[in-house]
Design a protein around this ligand. Structure first.
Ligand code: HH2
Length: 287
């Protein structure tokens, strides 16, 4: 039987790659900062991502781009909670991208499906905020903090170190009584990693996937895509889709992306032509 990631009222079967659509309700996110700061525009965009085939819509109110300024909890709550509540009411599986226990608790109370923490639930009270609920969790690897993480990061063996640190976080979550089938892990592309580290982590995804937890990969529009293609952030769709396909081929179960429609189509093609499944199940073959 296919693996399942339990996410509150939702169960994501991982028999096919899943897509997490990004909804940044921030002023300063690197690619869409300011675009969805207004509540109604954010809700509209979240619904659009869901209708394009996002299995989860990941709502974030604090940018984590390198050098980003931290946001106070009340500001983050005011940005994300109206959007989370509205999307939950519409039946969307909402993931909340936060490092703060206060925001986690509010999101859980509002019926979110997942809490996505780039700090891997290391803040005081973060594990307690989610332990008593049924929500899915994404624990991401980050070296340092967003303010400092890109200042010459160093690893002896990036793949082994990231894997071991993520497994340590998974153990900490399980020790708090959180069922294993609620936990997913993310190597955190660009979070305290230089270009070579990101390349090694993408190639090393099978090593992380072999640990047995669903792997989430977020490469969408990131700097490494710009470094490869020479394109500005708003023009990195094709490069991001290529990276999402590679991540899935290397064992990622969920890809976190801005461009949901394009990624969903590309993953259907990958499945149908490479993995040999899917046509006639998800889509009709038309001449
Ligand atoms: N990347 C970002 C934010 N959250 N969560 C997970 N699990 N994995 C990621 O790779 C990841 C993440 C950064 O991207 P974005 O949300 O587009 O930008 P910003 O942090 O500037 O809002």
């Amino acid at each position: 039987m296919a693996a399942v990631l339990r996410c509150g009222a939702f169960a994501l079967t991982l028999d096919r790659p899943r897509v997490m659509g990004i909804l940044n309700v921030t002023a300063d996110s690197f690619s869409d900062g300011g675009r969805f700061l207004g509540e109604s525009r954010a809700i509209e965009h979240g619904l659009a991502l869901a209708s394009q085939g996002a299995d989860l819509v990941d709502v974030g109110g604090e940018s984590t781009r390198p050098g980003a300024a931290p946001v106070a909890a009340d500001v983050e709550l005011a940005r994300v909670m109206p959007v989370v509540r509205a999307l939950v009411r519409e039946g969307v599986a909402v993931s909340v991208d936060t490092m703060k226990p206060e925001v986690m608790r509010a999101a859980v109370d509002a019926g979110c499906a997942m809490v996505n923490d780039v700090n891997a639930f290391r803040a005081d009270g973060a594990i307690a905020a989610v332990a008593g609920s049924a929500v899915g969790l994404c624990a991401m690897h980050m070296k340092g903090t967003p303010a400092t993480m890109q200042a010459d990061p160093h690893y002896d063996d990036v793949v082994a170190e990231v894997r071991d640190q993520l497994l340590e976080r998974a153990r900490a979550l399980e020790a708090a009584g959180i069922a294993r089938d609620r936990i997913s892990l993310d190597p955190g592309f660009g979070f305290g990693k230089n270009f070579a580290h990101n390349v090694a982590l993408l190639a090393g995804l099978p090593t992380l996937a072999a640990a047995g937890y669903p792997v989430v990969a977020g490469l969408s529009r990131k700097r490494m895509i710009g470094e490869i293609t020479g394109r500005p952030v708003e023009d990195r769709v094709a490069g991001s889709v290529a990276a999402a396909l590679l991540a899935v081929q290397n064992g990622a179960s969920i890809v976190r992306v801005h461009d949901v429609k394009e990624t969903v189509d590309a993953l259907k093609v990958l499945r149908a032509l490479t993995l040999g499944r899917g046509v006639g199940v998800e889509g009709q073959v038309k001449k």
